[in-house]
Design a protein around this ligand. Sequence first.
Ligand code: HEC
Length: 126
Amino acid sequence: MRKLVILGATLLAVAGSVISAQIEIDDDFMRSVEDSNKSLANHIAIKDTKGVSIDTKELSEMFAQVEAFYATKGDAQDALDITKKSRQLIADIDKSVASKDFDGANVMASDLSRACKSCHNFYKKS
Ligand code: HEC
């Protein structure tokens, strides 16, 4: 039984490192996040619904990866909370724009940028 537990724990650790190896939250990845975030703000400003939906799709995929990364890494509850909140904002921005509420989308886009900063305060080393 003890051996099985140890074997199980080892397998989990191996599986965890394989999953987390799929993405790294590094400068390159974050620059793509920043590009999409800027593009989103621009598209909301010029009321480009189609552009917004492309940006929100990219951002929600990237934030799903960020969430998976911190979930695998463990001991990162703040990052998980911020990422969940961000994914909700991204989904809500999409909905607002679909119903032509660009002002609402704009406010949520500012909240999203604040969420970026709060994660950087916790986790960005430099
Ligand atoms: C859950 C945590 C988290 C969230 C949310 C997050 N970031 Fe980051 N970001 C990081 C970490 C960690 C780094 C440092 C990465 C490194 O240097 O290895 C970073 C680095 C960056 C950098 C610096 C890249 C460089 O050239 O040095 C930019 C720009 C950036 N993030 C933009 C954003 C934007 C824009 C958002 C929101 C739309 C965002 N980030 C959301 C964790 C996060």
